[in-house]
Design a protein around this ligand. Structure first.
Ligand code: BG6
Length: 487
């Protein structure tokens, strides 16, 4: 892969929560390991009226608060802060762009823009950048979600951006793709020969994907009320995981080959009718309860008003192609759940005949568990005989064949997803960014579900904080004789 690093980075939303928690610590991490282009200048921009020194102070505080202690090196921090300058900007105001362009200066050496903003500001932002020469052939743009709230609005944003930037200079971010364990799904599937022969409807009974969080609304009422769990997590992160599990083997590790295969999966997702939605989706909203021993408020209470927005969603999805015919993909995500966990569980078909029945031995189908976070491991659950003389019958037990990535790669630095993605944006590698056709196919699937909810007047069912969601989510799989992989 040929790297084509830019000389400048323009960071919109530079004083926001994402910048404080993720972007600044990530850029610093890259700087400290000498991975940023030597002269890379970083211009921060947001509405706040700060000057360069004010922004460096701001960044220093953010690093103080969010860098792990073992990453704090005073010399490297001071050095990193020297890369930063700041220009206040109000993206809704046309007059904001010329001073911004003056601050950024010459872009002939390449400029990467990181744009994270409310959907209604994409248009003025892109138009303004274009007008002042910040969208030419040496400029690439990274777009952070939410990129719309349905297919129509996402198309509008995509059209707006496409009017100025060609697709090969647009980098749509799904931060799950920046996670090491998520990328590892590709290696697991396509770097080993023994999975592929059973990786289909003949070998696999069902697939479960869970992203459970313990956090609640945090300070994001404005955004979350316009999104809900389906659009905040499932349309993007969970569907990306699904695509990596379900895709055909790409011929090469390169952007088009990988994104072509993912897009095919998204286009094969079965679109639900209003009738399907009743039986194959469950929505929930948390009420007060206890998470990890701590009493927490319900969503409505946190919000200060009643709301119908779902904080939990479970869906039984299907990928209608040859490989996956008849295999349910059970997907779920929620806030204020029992524990924080992102996991994929692949449940294989049972053996065709059990020779142990007559001797009392019970078999369970094999399961492959890919734990993405907080721990990182791959576990294959296999059957083993318990030690003993078997005079009262054969006792069989499910035991894990364990690959702990944490332990195996103990010395290796685990990077924040944004370190990888920012570096790829700076160097121009699109492999881990989402292409327009992927996003639009994701929204097509989501819109059908939301239309079904609207047609059926679906309202989220309550679930106490600190649980695995409403009981209907358990019924969703149990009806098919399947149990969520919860331990
Ligand atoms: C974001 C969502 O995209 O992902 C948040 O907007 C969610 O609501 C977050 O909390 C989860 O990311 P992670 O990396 O902590 O699993």
């Amino acid at each position: 892969m040929q790297r084509d690093p830019v000389a400048k980075l323009l960071l919109f939303g530079a004083t926001g929560d994402l910048a404080k928690r993720m972007l600044l610590p990530s850029l610093y991490g890259l700087h400290a390991d000498a991975l940023l282009p030597a002269g890379l200048a970083i211009v921060g921009s947001a509405r706040q009226p700060l000057d360069d020194a004010g922004y460096r102070d701001f960044a220093r505080k953010a690093l103080d608060e969010f860098l792990p202690a073992d990453r704090k090196q005073e010399e490297a921090i001071t050095d990193f802060l020297q890369r930063l300058t700041y220009q206040p900007a109000d993206l809704s105001d046309e007059a904001t762009f010329q001073p911004l362009a003056d601050k950024v200066g010459d872009v002939s050496g390449g400029l990467a823009i990181f744009l994270s903003t409310a959907p209604f500001l994409f248009e003025p932002a892109v138009r303004g950048l274009h007008k002042v020469g910040l969208a030419g052939s040496t400029v690439r743009i990274g777009l952070e979600k939410p990129l719309g709230y349905d297919l129509a609005s996402s198309r509008e944003i995509n059209d707006t951006v496409a009017a100025v930037f060609p697709e090969d200079r647009i980098f749509r971010i799904d931060h799950y793709l920046g996670k090491e364990t998520v990328q590892n799904i590709l290696t697991l599937r396509f770097g080993n020969s023994f999975f592929e022969p059973v990786w289909n409807a003949r070998g696999i009974d069902n697939v479960q994907i869970t992203i459970a969080e313990t956090v609640g609304l945090e300070d994001r009422a404005g955004y979350y009320e316009s999104a809900g769990a389906l659009r905040d997590m499932m349309t993007n992160h969970i569907l990306q995981l699904l695509a990596l599990v379900a895709m055909e083997p790409p011929a090469r590790y390169e952007p088009s080959a990988i994104r072509d295969e993912k897009a095919k999966v998204f286009r094969s997702l079965r679109l639900m009718t209003a009738e399907d939605v009743k039986a194959t989706t469950v929505t929930g909203q948390y009420i007060g309860g206890a998470v990890k021993g701590e009493i927490v408020k319900g969503y409505d209470e946190e919000l200060g008003k009643e709301s119908d927005v779902e904080t939990f969603v479970a869906v039984k999805a299907h990928v209608d192609n040859w490989r996956w015919q008849g295999v349910p993909f059970y997907l779920r995500t929620g806030k204020r759940m029992t524990t924080r966990r992102s996991e994929i569980a692949i449940q294989f078909k049972p053996v065709p005949h059990s020779m142990f029945v007559g001797r009392g031995g019970l078999l369970q189908p094999n399961t492959l568990v890919i734990r993405l976070q907080p721990e990182e491991y791959v576990q294959l659950l296999v059957m083993a005989k318990e030690p003993g003389l078997d005079r009262d019958g054969v006792r069989l037990r499910e035991v894990p064949l364990n690959l702990s990535l944490d332990a195996e790669f103990k010395g290796a630095r685990r990077r924040i997803a944004y370190e990888r993605l920012l570096l790829d944006l700076i160097e121009g590698d699109q492999t881990l960014f989402v292409r327009r056709d992927e996003v639009e196919a994701q929204w097509t699937w989501t819109d059908a579900i939301r239309a079904g909810w609207a047609a059926n007047g679906v309202r989220p069912k309550s679930y106490p904080a600190g649980t695995w969601g409403p009981s209907a989510a358990i019924a969703l799989t149990e009806r098919d004789g399947v149990t969520w992989q919860d331990d």
